[in-house]
Design a protein around this ligand. Structure first.
Ligand SMILES: [Zn+2]
Length: 359
């Protein structure tokens, strides 16, 4: 059977495939119900599958759906790993925890953010003293229009080009995407408090990951870089042991936003950074595996139009349906060649992580 069959067309289908594959592998399952109301009336949950000896000193931990609609990719990988028996490659000294749809609202609603419009991967800050994104007030009017018509994307493109002309490409990338804490109706909003998904991460890490000697984390994302290519982004600062281990494990085939070798800007409030800091005494080696989908202007167009739709548009209108289709295409390519590329890179990465954990 082709690996494509492990990918899904909806959150419900993805969840059902994950639960079936986890049960067939003999995993212990735990469900975290998300109380948010979804526009389609779907019950929402994050599901956790655990395999192996809970006393094993090392763990492979994977996440799908940190950015909601990006979850089609990570879910397909988790299901393939479980359903096709690759989980059996894991030695006895390593336990596995696979977290499915950590942002279930975004996954089910075809949105990047949570029920509170929070970007989960910007939410892990001290909210009493949040970071200040100085470029955000300048780029906000360009990227968060209150009206949307056929000329909006062209206007946005011109606004972005003017910003880049004046401040440079990386200044734009950081202003737009690194995270902002002042505009709850804006894109890349990090929240004003820990949201449900962050609190669930904290519960999962507290319950499953305490006392480990070694932890490998792979957080699956989409939307940046060339179509189908999987970029291993290291969140650890370049002068830390975590960075050194990740470069070593992945044979140098990894990137760092701090060294300018990544497609990603430096971010604030990242989940992997929080996990690393929370587990003192554990050697944490964490990467985001970021896969390309469509050209960047299409991805930005999808997430800005989705943001407009949420606060100013009508989900049931023709434009609303068109925007949701564009969001899906921007974060998930429903094509066999793309899915095969996703899986090949994921399998290689998870195998290298296991080698690193047992070295
Ligand atoms: Zn992402």
């Amino acid at each position: 059977m082709s690996v494509s069959s492990h990918f899904s067309a909806s959150y419900e289908e993805a969840r059902s495939k994950f639960l079936d594959a986890a049960a067939a592998a003999g995993a212990t399952l735990e469900r975290f119900d998300n109380p948010a109301e979804n526009p389609r009336g779907v019950d929402l949950s994050t599901d956790v599958a655990r395999l192996g000896d809970p006393a094993a000193p090392a763990m492979l931990l994977t996440f799908s759906g940190t950015h909601g609609a990006e979850g089609f990719c990570g879910s397909g990988v988790q299901v393939a790993w479980l359903a096709d028996g690759f989980w059996k490659e894991v030695p006895d000294s390593v336990q596995q925890v696979h977290v499915h749809a950590i942002n279930p609202y975004g996954f089910a609603s075809l949105s990047r953010t949570t029920e509170d419009n929070i970007d989960l991967n910007r939410n892990f800050v001290d909210h009493a003293n949040p970071p200040v994104n100085e470029g955000w007030p300048k780029i906000q009017p360009v990227l968060c229009p209150t009206e949307w018509n056929d000329g909006t994307l062209d206007q946005m493109k011109a606004g972005v080009e003017a910003f880049v002309e004046e401040h440079g490409f990386w200044a734009f990338r950081e202003a737009a995407t690194s995270g902002q804490y002042r505009d709850p109706k804006g894109i890349f909003y990090g929240g004003s408090a820990p949201g449900w998904s962050r609190r669930t991460v904290e519960t999962i890490v507290g319950k499953y990951c305490k006392g480990l000697k070694q932890l490998a984390v792979i957080d699956y994302h989409t939307g940046l870089g060339p179509r189908g290519f999987g970029e291993r982004i290291i969140d650890h600062l370049p002068d830390t042991p975590g960075y050194g281990r990740a470069m070593d494990w992945y044979g140098g085939d990894a990137s760092s936003p701090y060294l300018g070798t990544s497609t990603s800007a430096k971010l604030t409030g990242q989940m992997l950074d929080w996990i690393d800091r929370a587990l003192t005494g554990t050697e944490v080696t964490a990467i985001a595996l970021e896969y390309g989908t469509e050209p960047e202007d299409k991805v930005i167009g999808a997430l800005t139009s989705d943001n407009w739709l949420r606060f100013h548009g009508d989900l049931s209108s023709a434009r609303g349906r068109e925007i949701k289709q564009k969001v899906r295409d921007a974060f998930y390519q429903d094509a066999n060649d793309w899915k095969q590329m996703i899986w090949d890179r994921a399998l290689d990465t998870q195998r290298l992580a296991l080698q690193g954990l047992t070295r």
